[in-house]
Every structure is written in structure tokens, then in C-alpha cells.
Design a protein around this ligand. Structure first.
Ligand SMILES: Nc1ncnc2c1ncn2[C@@H]1O[C@H](COP(=O)(O)OP(=O)(O)O)[C@@H](O)[C@H]1O
Ligand SMILES: [Mg+2]
Length: 145
């Protein structure tokens, strides 16, 4: 069977864009059948990434995709901006592996809350973070063990 996909894009520039976006993302996650806990993980992550756009870049986009395929069902989120990029990205990611890290805690948290995490930053061009959360497949009818 063909998988279905629902997509939505939210422009992010001001704090109040985040407020509106996060409630829509939460509702989309709820309707897609995510548990309360996963809804919180998703909303926490997308809020943190959008806050990074407002604070560290100038403006950007939050793009969500609800994926419903045979193999997996879940949500992909891409947060993109055309800000300064992250010159110290490797250092930040390395630092954020240390439990005592204070800086870089936001990205560290997002990486822990979501199932997939990837980040690409090009100096002077912008930053793109892609994360996803997949639903448990245990209730799938044709699950093969
Ligand atoms: N979208 C972004 N554009 C530019 N720099 C960013 C972006 N996101 C994060 N950064 C840089 O990476 C650092 C770590 O981000 P984060 O883990 O969210 O911590 P915090 O936002 O609390 O500083 C930030 O301090 C900032 O320098
Ligand atoms: Mg942050």
C-alpha cells in the first residue's frame, strides 16, 4: 500500500511564532497517535530548535512531515535557518556529550528526546537540523518477528 504524508511549514521569526507553532505540532502529534509522553518530547524538541533560530539566527522555518508508511509511522521535523551557521559545531557536539556540559544543553537534549538527529551548519549560510520520532510498531497488524 502507498504510504501517506502530511506536511506543514511554519515560518519562525518571533517568540510568538513558536507559541503558535508548538500547539499546532502538538495537535498534529496527538492526531497522529503519539503517546502523551512522545507528544511532550516532540514539542520540547521543536520548541528548542525554533528558539535557537530566534536567538542565534534571525529567522527560519519549521517543517513537519507526518509519515505513515508500511515500515514506519511517525513525524519528521526539519528546522532550517539562513543565519550565521555554527562555527564551533564539532566542539559544541563534543562538549554536549559530557554530562556536565552547560552550553549546548539544548541540542544535547533534543538529540536525547528524539529517535534520529542530524545537524548541518554552513558558516555564513545557515543551519539545518533534522529530527524524527517513530511510533512503536508493536501494534502493527502485519508485524513480522
Ligand atoms: N540555529 C542556530 N544558528 C546559529 N547558531 C546556533 C543555532 N543553534 C545553536 N547555535 C549555536 O550552538 C550553541 C548551542 O546551542 P544549544 O545547545 O541550543 O544551547 P543554547 O541555545 O542554550 O546556547 C548556541 O549557543 C549557538 O552558539
Ligand atoms: Mg538553544
Amino acid at each position: 500500500m502507498e504510504g501517506s504524508k502530511v506536511e506543514k511549514t511554519f515560518p519562525i521569526k518571533y517568540e510568538w511564532d513558536i507559541v503558535a507553532m508548538r500547539s499546532e505540532v502538538r495537535e498534529a502529534a496527538r492526531q497522529h497517535g503519539f503517546s502523551e509522553l512522545d507528544q511532550v518530547r516532540i514539542v520540547q524538541s521543536v520548541s528548542e530548535l525554533a528558539r535557537n533560530v530566534v536567538h542565534h539566527a534571525e529567522e527560519g522555518l519549521v517543517h513537519i512531515e507526518l509519515v505513515d508508511e508500511d515500515e514506519k509511522s511517525g513525524m519528521r521535523i526539519v528546522v532550517q535557518d539562513f543565519g550565521p551557521g555554527i562555527a564551533e559545531l564539532n566542539q559544541i557536539l563534543r562538549m554536549s556529550e559530557s554530562p556536565a556540559a552547560v552550553e549546548g544543553y539544548g541540542l544535547k537534549q533534543v538529540r536525547e528526546l528524539m529517535d534520529d538527529f542530524s545537524i548541518r551548519a554552513v558558516e555564513g549560510k545557515g543551519t539545518c537540523v533534522a529530527v524524527s520520532k517513530w511510533k512503536e510498531q508493536s501494534d502493527s497488524v502485519d508485524h513480522q518477528s
